[in-house]
Design a protein around this ligand. Structure first.
Ligand SMILES: [Zn+2]
Length: 304
């Protein structure tokens, strides 16, 4: 999450509980997560393009996640001639809590400047583990890991030289990350993509936040549990929207954005500047974003 943390660090959170902690200033990001990981005396190995760190018992899971990320990196390399340097650390609860106290276990995150994904090694503990079966649990964690990798890919693809880790319009930044993730899943495992979309529709329909808006500053006033639920819901709405865009336009949608948005000026984008550009570059997304929050339902999940 970037809202307040971005001034101190480029560490980005996938899920909302971190936002609570940041808002409450309970936790400060370590200056170098990579150095922190290296001090844990973990083992390390390499899967394709991905160096990964793990404690011995976690080797199989760490390797599986490294291979997953490597496969996604290979796809981006082939389709965009894009190289995305990335390593990952798979941490069990003990190391996680010793180095990042106060952070609920199993919220994957990424250090953009170090190209490091921080991932949970457990498939039985953590906030993303909620059934109905082990496959669904693993896919949920893996998708968020791919989303975090998507932040790295998005930065490397659109703004390789920019010092800013992210685009200042949060919903769009999150949607791009998920688009990279979903494009990989849709090509590598269509059944997974379909299952994920079905789960997102159920989640979207199962909750309605108090405020429907892509201006997320309203969340700062929400109490912790409601903030978590609300921010998670918004991430899922964007997952679903990214999937809709992908199914309609395919991977080439990214190519069009790259050539038609004013990326050198991205650090100065406001929501309205971005929307004006999207009116030309991605009119259906612009229309969705303009309509969001004004129609009673936050997302039209029935519309293909
Ligand atoms: Zn994200």
């Amino acid at each position: 999450m970037k809202m307040t943390l971005k001034r101190q660090s480029d560490i980005r959170w996938a899920w909302s509980i971190a936002l609570v902690l940041v808002a409450q200033s309970v936790w400060a990001a370590p200056p170098s997560p990579l150095e922190t990981v290296k001090h844990l005396s973990l083992e390390s190995a390499r899967a394709g393009r991905v160096d990964y760190y793990f404690a011995g018992p976690d080797q199989a899971r760490a390797q599986a996640m490294a291979r997953l990320v490597d496969h996604a990196a290979l796809m981006y390399e082939r389709q965009f001639d894009l190289k995305v340097p990335v390593s990952l650390a798979a941490l069990g609860p003990d190391n996680w809590f010793s180095e990042f106290p106060g952070i609920p276990y199993a919220i994957p995150w990424v250090s953009i400047s170090e190209g490091l994904l921080m991932l949970p090694s457990s498939l039985t503990q953590g906030v993303l583990i909620k059934g109905p079966d082990a496959l669904a649990d693993r896919r949920r964690v893996d998708f968020v890991a791919l989303h975090e990798f998507g932040h790295l890919a998005s930065k490397a693809y659109f703004r390789p030289a920019a010092p800013e880790p992210d685009v200042p319009v949060s919903w769009f930044d999150e949607l791009l990350a998920t688009f990279f993730a979903y494009a990989y899943v849709a090509q590598a495992d269509p059944e997974w993509a379909s299952a994920a979309r079905a789960e997102w529709v159920r989640e979207i329909e199962g909750f309605t936040p108090k405020v429907l808006s892509l201006d997320w500053r309203f969340m700062r006033t929400l109490p912790g549990p409601e903030l978590s639920r609300t921010y998670g819901w918004y991430q899922i709405v964007l997952n679903h929207r990214a999937a809709e865009v992908y199914e309609r336009h395919g991977i080439e949608w990214l190519t069009g954005l790259k050539s038609s948005l004013s990326w050198p000026d991205a650090a100065d984008w406001t929501p309205e500047i971005l929307l004006q550009q999207l009116d030309t570059a991605a009119p259906d997304l612009a229309a969705w974003a303009r309509h969001f929050g004004s129609g009673g339902r936050a997302d039209d999940t029935n519309k293909k």
